[in-house]
Design a protein around this ligand. Structure first.
Ligand code: HEM
Length: 210
């Protein structure tokens, strides 16, 4: 038996981490676009200074977030699974435009659908480390003697991957029961979730206390 309840599934830290990361990524995308010459407006050296401050802050934030994921067990929400993946892809490619029901509603133990798991895992294990590592290599180019062109292009490619992630993520964020339902969930922490009777089913419950 399953019961649908309006519960707090995103803790205070999780929400802070999400929105702080969003703000810093946008700041890095805009200042990075200025450094790359895609946009004008701000003075180059001001953009460079802002880029480095935001980069430092996001690295600190990522270190705290990694610690939080490991200590709370939240990392288990990102274990990839093929189960129900094809129906979820089918839903976003086709069913959503025909008013079909979502094949994987969030439960207390499975906050993310299989497609979210894969995309967030890719962000955390590939895009974030790539942008961080290439950024640090860019900054320390004089110390390492690496080829500047290669490092610069690897950083730009990681930045494009991040930009693509952001665009898809923002679109997906509007596909809840109402266009702002997911936005509201990540702001208040509360979401309608299915509460399974068998508590042993999933990784953890984020019945956040804060
Ligand atoms: C979401 C994260 C980030 C994005 C989207 C981003 C984007 C960019 C872009 C588009 C450029 C211009 C590259 C070029 O034209 O050669 C750039 C430059 C740069 N970024 Fe990032 N970046 C991010 C994170 C970081 C991090 C974490 C660091 C350092 C730890 C960093 C350090 C640098 C440095 C040193 C430059 C070179 C500026 C120069 O001297 O031309 N970035 N970034």
């Amino acid at each position: 038996m399953a019961d649908r309840q309006y519960l707090k599934i995103f803790s205070r830290f999780e929400r802070f981490w999400h929105w702080a990361q969003a703000a810093l990524v946008l700041a890095l995308l805009f200042t990075g676009a200025r450094l790359h010459g895609l946009i004008g407006g701000v003075d180059w050296s001001a953009a460079f200074a802002l880029h480095l401050v935001a980069a430092g802050l996001i690295i600190v934030l990522w270190v705290f977030a990694i610690f939080w994921h490991l200590t709370t067990g939240a990392w288990q929400h990102y274990i990839p699974t093929l189960r129900n993946l094809i129906p979820v892809i089918g839903y976003y490619a086709y069913g959503i435009f025909r008013g079909a029901a979502h094949p994987a509603k969030p439960t207390l133990h499975r906050k993310h659908n299989p497609l979210q798991r894969l995309s967030y895992l890719f962000l955390k294990l590939v895009i974030n480390p790539a942008i961080w590592a290439t950024g640090v290599l860019y900054l320390t180019i004089n110390l390492t003697g690496l080829d500047l062109q290669t490092v610069a292009w690897l950083h730009v490619i990681s930045a494009y991957a991040m930009a693509i992630f952001v665009v898809i993520h923002v679109y997906m964020a509007t596909t809840g029961d109402t266009p702002t339902a997911y936005l509201k969930a990540m702001t208040t922490g509360y979401e309608w979730v299915i509460v399974e009777e068998d508590k042993a089913k999933g990784p953890m419950t984020t019945r956040a206390k804060h």
